[in-house]
Write a protein that binds this ligand. Sequence first.
Ligand code: HEC
Ligand code: HEC
Ligand code: HEC
Ligand code: HEC
Ligand code: HEC
Length: 504
Amino acid sequence: MTDDPHASRASLLLRSRAFFAGLGFVAAAAAAFAAYLTTDVYRHKAEALTPFVRVVEVGEDDTDPAKWGRNWPAQFGAYKQTSRPTKTRFGGHAGSEALPEEKIARDPWLQRMFRGYAFSIDYRDRRGHAYMLEDQEQTKRLTKPQSGSCLHCHASVMPLYRALGAGDADKGFEASHAMSYQQINQQLHDSGHAHPVSCVDCHDPSTMALRVTRPGFKRAIAAFAEGKGDAVALPSVQAWREGKRARPYDPSTDASRNELRSFVCGQCHVEYYCSSKMPLTFPWANGLKVDDIEGTWDAMKFPDGSAFSDYAHAETGAPILKAQHPEFELWSQGIHARSGVSCADCHMPYVREGATKVSDHWVRSPLLQVNRACQTCHRASEAEMKARVDVIQQRNHDLMQRGGAAIVELIDAVVAAKQRGATEQELAVAWKLQRQAQWRLDFIAAENSMGFHAPQEAARTLAEAIDFARRGQLAAVTLRSGIVAPPSAASGAAPAASSAAPPR
Ligand code: HEC
Ligand code: HEC
Ligand code: HEC
Ligand code: HEC
Ligand code: HEC
């Protein structure tokens, strides 16, 4: 396999940019040129891969990676390394000997936010792909009834979907949400497919080309294409929107190879809703931004007609939205996505294997190999690259802690208002603000890059979370207390911007 053309393009660009650094105005032109280059270079389809010797044939039902490993030992060897302990300041996990650390113990405000929901019982740091099935089987969240949809992202589940749908994986996927987790998990083990994410989930066994297998992603990206959400980071979606639209957007025919280097991860590293009430849903119809997704959830009704929420907060009663690991969504809002840099560029960089280069299938934190993951494009030293990440993560962490403190005070204020006899009707404004604040705070807390994937978008989201939380606190403090609030707090509406944005 040849070098990713993308990496050399970007590095070229960064170099030329450094050259022009003195001429401030050139930066804008360089950025426009970068956008042009990346969209143009990556529009083409999956390229022919380096020929390889097939020792064994592999097919759609081969979920055991060891079999594939006979043909592709380098990738299999690295894949197995995902069972090894890794640790960075904010990423990875402590070790393989025990379960990862409890997030809800480290940040008690998380536990407080989640009261009334299974995440308040057990919510830990993630670790390597090798553990995904076993960590799911072990979580104490399973002490509450969980849906069969959970398996979508924690096992090599496609043959089971086909079996459940009498050959039609999409039907099987539909059926799985109504099953209990225990029932579907038993069938997975009985059918011999109890493996974590496997080769067949990301690769076509006949050509080894990248592909998307998961129905959750396929449906969601098609709905996203139909909508109007910002698709600047996804050129093939833009192209589909400008085309005839004769059939739905389909990643297997429409996506570029470079996009697939992120889409394969977007099958799982996304916000979702998973319960027995409706099939697994990724909420992208209005777009991928935190507020777009909130809009989708707010407009959603359960099949029985009731308003959508994940749970009612045990202390306040507010109907809450729970966010889940939106790596794909946050990445889509950042400068890297906009420049055509994929998940695989940073998390599966090329490594030398004898005479050739292969993609590192030990998927892990890029900070463990900055030379391969970052310095292919960036010329700064390893120490400097790490320091840049650290600055972003520290700022994000500090803002998030402020958000956590604000949420706790909002919850305290609502509880106190209830003790003073505030009715549900009176609490409506504070409830709405709690939902909005928690949604934003949780979106960034549940995202696993500590703000790195899109630093400014993460900061914007946290700033809004803090504002909503403080307004909700104010709305509650003024209920039946004799304290008078300014009008904007009483209505719960955000204040109008004090000045119009200057023209572009
Ligand atoms: C420009 C490089 C870059 C790109 C592109 C990128 N990431 Fe990351 N990612 C990072 C960095 C840096 C971190 C922080 C790692 C740390 O704190 O150890 C991170 C963290 C993560 C983590 C948590 C890692 C851990 O060890 O706990 C996950 C999961 C993740 N990214 C998934 C994704 C997905 C999915 C995509 C694509 C949608 C993506 N990333 C795109 C650089 C990148
Ligand atoms: C089938 C679903 C699925 C797919 C596809 C998937 N992941 Fe994951 N990923 C997970 C789960 C689940 C975990 C957490 C496992 C655990 O904690 O037991 C995880 C963990 C991770 C981690 C943390 C590793 C560590 O050592 O802490 C990183 C980084 C990551 N994934 C990146 C990616 C990237 C990049 C891609 C695409 C190349 C990808 N993942 C594809 C489900 C998936
Ligand atoms: C859309 C894909 C998807 C679905 C559906 C999904 N997960 Fe996960 N899960 C992930 C990813 C990605 C990670 C790793 C990132 C993280 O931990 O934030 C993860 C991490 C986990 C972890 C390890 C960290 C933790 O939260 O303690 C557990 C346990 C877990 N999931 C259980 C479940 C259960 C139970 C369900 C069903 C209610 C479920 N998952 C449904 C994608 C998914
Ligand atoms: C989470 C998705 C994912 C899984 C699981 C996965 N791969 Fe890959 N694989 C990739 C990505 C991304 C690339 C880069 C492809 C590209 O750029 O065209 C890749 C590339 C490859 C290539 C082409 C050569 C190279 O290294 O770039 C081979 C061969 C390969 N993988 C084999 C395997 C085998 C064998 C397994 C199972 C042990 C496996 N892969 C599991 C995502 C995955
Ligand atoms: C494939 C090329 C590529 C890779 C790999 C890559 N970057 Fe970048 N990075 C870029 C481009 C392009 C930009 C935008 C630069 C510009 O146009 O000014 C960028 C911008 C950045 C910025 C500025 C972000 C901002 O919001 O302004 C930081 C910090 C950064 N990269 C860190 C990293 C780190 C850390 C890694 C490794 C984990 C990494 N990059 C990997 C190409 C890459």
